[in-house]
Each structure stands twice: as structure tokens, then as C-alpha cells.
Design a protein around this ligand. Structure first.
Ligand SMILES: Nc1nc2c(ncn2[C@@H]2O[C@H](COP(=O)(O)OP(=O)(O)OP(=O)(O)O)[C@@H](O)[C@H]2O)c(=O)[nH]1
Ligand SMILES: [Mg+2]
Length: 293
């Protein structure tokens, strides 16, 4: 069998389970997940190496048509580019839900791009018979290389998805060494894990006003000493992040530190600070400095 290798850009509206699927596919939690939409902000590469194929997955922000802030417009653009620039786009939908938003995100993928459609969250379905007419309807909306109903949560049908993706990838040798799982470093994951806990712990709106910056990351023997700043947009948001007596921030930081220790395989000291960076989500200069081109 000829060896294949290529990039697979994940696309879809927020919350369909792109990051959960990436983690399931590579067998390691690389991309942060939350029940809140637009959790993912950065492109995260996850690499799966099999004897006959190297899959280079690129997780991307969920696209939210009509997003208002500059940050959200940049995230939408990142999402669209990831699907366009990869060898194959992996469009992720929720089972039995094909909304106007899904349709608009799908339309942003250029006509000539090869698309594999993942219909996720089938574990939530009571009757699988409902899937058949839904899949049938989808197959008429556009030409897909394959349509695979699956569950990122349980792992059902993941082998079928990998087979469909392999068939769509170009022939060629592996690009990355077999043991490499990602192109991101520990500093990146430290920031992301802290942001994930902010998304999990805080109310509906505040996570979108928060950003994490790693001020320093030092390895001292087996200890990683990390100093991080949580940026908020207004002075009034600071006490909300801190909680009474700093209790909420402590909870967030402890949860993040535990996840970091698991991922890095060693002890972590995590110092956290909260600072105001006024209206950063709508400030082009601040966004550029924070890595949102
Ligand atoms: N029941 C069920 N829940 C899932 C499945 N996949 C993802 N979820 C949940 O769906 C929510 C969103 O998952 P994410 O993986 O963060 O979704 P996403 O598409 O990456 O979202 P954005 O980054 O915001 O675009 C989380 O609460 C997940 O736990 C699945 O197969 N079954
Ligand atoms: Mg995501």
C-alpha cells in the first residue's frame, strides 16, 4: 500500500466538537474543550502517525457568522483559512442539527476543496434510524468525499473516519518524526490549559474578555516554574476573576496546574496575576501583540 501524508483542516461552527475530535484522533488532549462556543482561538496541530499514513490535523476556531469584535472576526478568518489551506477539510457537524450557521460556514470552504464530513455526537441520539434521512439530506447539499457519523466522546466510528481521510490524502512520505504529536510547545499548552479553566469556571460572558499571557516559563531541574497573567478588559472584571479573597482564581490555577503536571509529566509551580488591558478584544494593536494577526 502506498504511504500517504497530508494536512486536515477542521472546520465548523463553534461547539460542534472539533477539538474533542482532534484529541480523540491523536489520543492525547492537545486542544482545549469547553461547553462554551468559540473556546478554540489558536491553530493547534495534532499528528497521528500510522504505518500507512501520517495525518496532520489542524484544529481551528469555530466560525461564528456575524461576530462583532475584531477578535471574533480574526478567529473566523483563522477558521476559514485552516479549512482552505489544508489538503482536506474535515467539516464537523452535530448529529441531526444542520443550521443556517452550519450552512454559512460550509459555504466559506472553496468549491474545489475536498471535504470529509464528520457528523458528531451520535452518542446523544436515542434512535439511530433518525440519522438516515439526515445523512441523506446532507449528501444533497454539497459533494463530500465521505460522510461519517461518529462520536468524539465514545470513539465510535473513528476508524471509519481515518479510513475516509486516508483515501482523501495525497501520497507521500511522513513529514514529522513518528513520535511527534504536535508543533506546539509547553509554553503554549500552559496558556491554553489556564484559559480552559477560565472557560469552565466563569459565567457566560467573561471568558470572552479574558486572555492568558505566559510571562515566564523556566525549567528548574524537574520543576517547571510558570508565571502567567490573565488579562481582562475592565477594572470591574478583576474582582470577578479573583473571587472572594482570591478563592476563584486559586481554584482556576490549581485545576490548570494539575492538568499541566499531567501533560508535562512533572511538578509545576504556577503563579497567576490579573491585569487590565483595556478593551483588548477590539484593539487591533493589542490583538497583534497577543498573536492575533
Ligand atoms: N455528547 C457528546 N458531547 C460532545 C462530543 N464531542 C464534543 N462534545 C461536547 O461538546 C462541547 C464542545 O466541544 P469542543 O470540542 O470544545 O467543540 P469545538 O467545536 O472545538 O468548539 P469551538 O472551539 O468553540 O469551536 C463540549 O462540551 C464537549 O464535551 C460527543 O461526541 N458527544
Ligand atoms: Mg475547539
Amino acid at each position: 500500500m502506498n504511504h500517504r501524508c497530508g494536512t486536515i483542516g477542521m472546520a465548523g461552527r463553534p461547539n460542534t466538537g472539533k477539538s474533542s475530535l482532534l484529541n480523540r484522533l491523536v489520543g492525547q488532549k492537545l486542544s482545549i474543550v469547553s461547553a462554551k462556543p468559540q473556546t478554540t482561538r489558536h491553530l493547534v496541530t495534532g499528528i497521528l502517525t500510522r504505518p500507512d499514513c501520517q495525518y496532520i490535523f489542524v484544529d481551528a476556531p469555530g466560525q461564528q457568522p456575524g461576530a462583532k469584535s475584531i477578535l471574533h472576526r480574526r478567529l473566523n478568518r483563522r477558521g476559514a483559512e485552516a479549512a482552505r489551506d489544508a489538503d482536506v477539510a474535515l467539516f464537523v457537524l452535530e448529529a441531526l442539527r444542520f443550521t443556517e450557521e452550519d450552512r454559512r460556514v460550509l459555504e466559506r470552504i472553496p468549491k474545489e476543496q475536498c471535504i470529509v464530513l464528520a457528523v458528531n455526537k451520535i452518542d446523544l441520539l436515542k434512535q439511530h434510524a433518525q440519522l438516515i434521512p439526515f445523512l441523506d439530506r446532507l449528501s444533497k447539499t454539497r459533494e463530500f468525499a465521505a460522510i461519517v457519523p461518529l462520536s468524539a466522546k465514545t470513539g465510535k466510528n473513528i476508524p471509519a473516519l481515518l479510513a475516509a481521510l486516508r483515501a482523501a490524502l495525497p501520497e507521500g512520505p511522513a513529514i514529522y518524526p513518528p513520535e511527534q504529536l504536535t508543533d506546539r510547545d509547553e509554553r503554549f499548552f500552559a496558556a491554553e490549559l489556564l484559559r480552559e479553566k477560565i472557560f469552565e469556571t466563569m459565567g457566560q460572558e467573561l471568558p470572552y474578555r479574558c486572555e492568558v499571557v505566559i510571562d515566564s516559563f523556566k525549567e528548574e531541574g524537574r520543576l517547571r516554574r510558570i508565571e502567567a497573567t490573565i488579562l481582562v478588559e475592565r477594572e470591574s472584571q478583576k474582582p470577578i476573576v479573583l473571587g472572594a479573597g482570591g478563592e476563584r482564581l486559586k481554584r482556576i490555577a490549581t485545576a490548570a496546574r494539575k492538568d499541566m503536571e499531567k501533560l508535562f509529566g512533572g511538578k509545576v509551580y504556577l503563579g497567576t496575576w490579573v491585569k487590565v488591558r483595556k478593551a483588548w478584544t477590539d484593539d487591533a494593536r493589542a490583538l497583534r501583540q497577543l498573536g492575533y494577526e
